[in-house]
Design a protein around this ligand. Structure first.
Ligand code: FES
Ligand code: FES
Length: 199
């Protein structure tokens, strides 16, 4: 089959690739660019593990041919913390670690990127809106309470940062159907989500 040239911007870097027309975006990101934070799950558009952001929209990279992404501006989980430092983690990444919203971590990159697009269009979502937003990101481990809590905590952190305040966010567990209130610290030091995403 004749190779085609595809130009993309991936995590702020312009790349030009010679590809077979049938190559999926998920395979190009993982196999050709080494961005293994993007996970391959069902391959059928059902699980959300392969979610990346293209031109500001969350997309399923298993359902997209790389040639369809020609000219696109793609963000993968690695692009959220490009310097690889803990301090440079995105508030969503910090919140997922702080809330222990990660177990095996396979769903985490896609869920965080989906949440990022949610918070860009709705900086102050209700728990129900968060649940609906991540409905396409299947998690076999967490039961969803902690990811929802983490997304709400990150939203509060981001709103505080936008207002120039440093107040810790408090997410009421009752708001997401859990029994206790949980205080969310402003700073968290721990292992990186990026590390989780590279297995
Ligand atoms: S791997 Fe793409 S939706 Fe499951
Ligand atoms: S943490 Fe294991 S699938 Fe979500």
């Amino acid at each position: 089959m004749t190779a085609v040239t595809v130009k993309l911007t991936v995590n702020g870097r312009e790349v030009e690739l010679s590809l077979e027309p049938h190559e999926r975006l998920v395979d190009v990101l993982r196999g050709r660019l080494g961005l293994t934070g993007t996970k391959m799950g069902c391959g059928e558009g059902e699980c959300g593990a392969c979610t990346v952001i293209m031109d500001g929209q969350a997309v399923l990279s298993c359902l997209m041919l790389a040639v369809q992404a020609e000219g696109g501006d793609i963000l993968t989980i690695e692009g959220l913390a490009p310097d690889g430092s803990e301090a440079g983690l995105h508030p969503l990444q910090k919140a997922f670690v702080a809330e222990a919203a990660i177990q095996c971590g396979y769903c985490t990159p896609g869920m965080i990127l989906t949440a990022k697009t949610l918070l860009e269009r709705d900086p102050d979502p209700t728990p129900q809106v968060v649940k609906e937003a991540i409905a396409g990101n299947i998690c076999r481990c967490t039961g969803y309470d902690k990811p929802v809590k983490a997304i709400l905590a990150a939203a509060a952190e981001m709103r505080a940062a936008a207002q120039g305040t440093t107040a810790a966010a408090t997410v009421t567990a009752a708001a997401i159907g859990a029994p206790e209130a949980v205080a969310v610290p402003g700073n968290v030091s721990t292992t990186t989500v990026a590390e989780r995403g590279e297995s």
